[in-house]
Design a protein around this ligand. Sequence first.
Ligand code: SF4
Ligand code: SF4
Length: 296
Amino acid sequence: MSETRTIVDRDGREHRFPPPLERAHRVVEGRVVTRSLEAHVVDHCNLRCAECCSLSPLLPPRFESPEALARDLARAAAVLAPAVFKLVGGEPLLHPELLELVHVARRSGIAPRVSLTTNGLLLHRMPDALWQQLDGLTISRYPRPRIPAARVAEIEAKGARFGVRINWKQQDAFVQMSRPHGPADPAETAAVYGRCWLRERCHLLRDGHFHTCTRPVHLATLHHADPRPDGLALEGCTPEGVLAYLRRETPLAACAHCAGGDAPMVPHRLLSPQDLRRDRRPRAPGGGAGSPREPA
Ligand code: SF4
Ligand code: SF4
């Protein structure tokens, strides 16, 4: 387990990391109120961070279609009421239909706020129309490559001009969620799942399913497996079904291959070509794959 740290944001607010667990969910007007919901609109990225939670450096390119997102959001909006809907990746700015995806999210009414999470390296190429549609931007900043100071100033200015709240996240270290020595035994798997904060803060929408965290779909892609048994089918789902899924005590199958959100932190680094060749090798589920989530 990693030690608890306190992080102060630019507004002077203190945040505990790992964050406290929040397992109480209310139902309001037939929808389960949650902190956030995200869709990974691409799986690939223009960076190759070791310990990337989304495993992006190891995954093939994938582009979410606006039609599929609209379908999933319509189902999700019937039972979920997240405070914010996030378009995430991989690197979402690599999606050629990103603007349409943002429009789809807005039209769905899934959440009062729509935000985008990016490494910021391609932001200067984005049209004003994208800025006009967003409420927030979370931009991860790594030791390498650095976003030049002039570009940071441009982004701040655009945020102010279009009323987009910019959340800069300095990512000098990542949680080491990979399990290089294979899957955990059932007791350890249950303990990791029991104390994992990511299952409350990283809710994912994918292929008609609601997932309590993002790891199962990416581990499944890496291992050519089916992530759906770890998720909740949204077709015909009720708020009670969502609550039962969120409160379940049985770990996900993916948890055996994951060290969880409170695993130790390691310094950020970029994978070398040799690392990539080694880590992309297909392994049977249980072979200890993956790389962890960046701190939220
Ligand atoms: S951590 Fe973010 S920027 Fe780094 S590889 Fe993963 S998705 Fe890309
Ligand atoms: S798969 Fe990993 S991140 Fe997801 S709930 Fe299990 S331990 Fe947590």
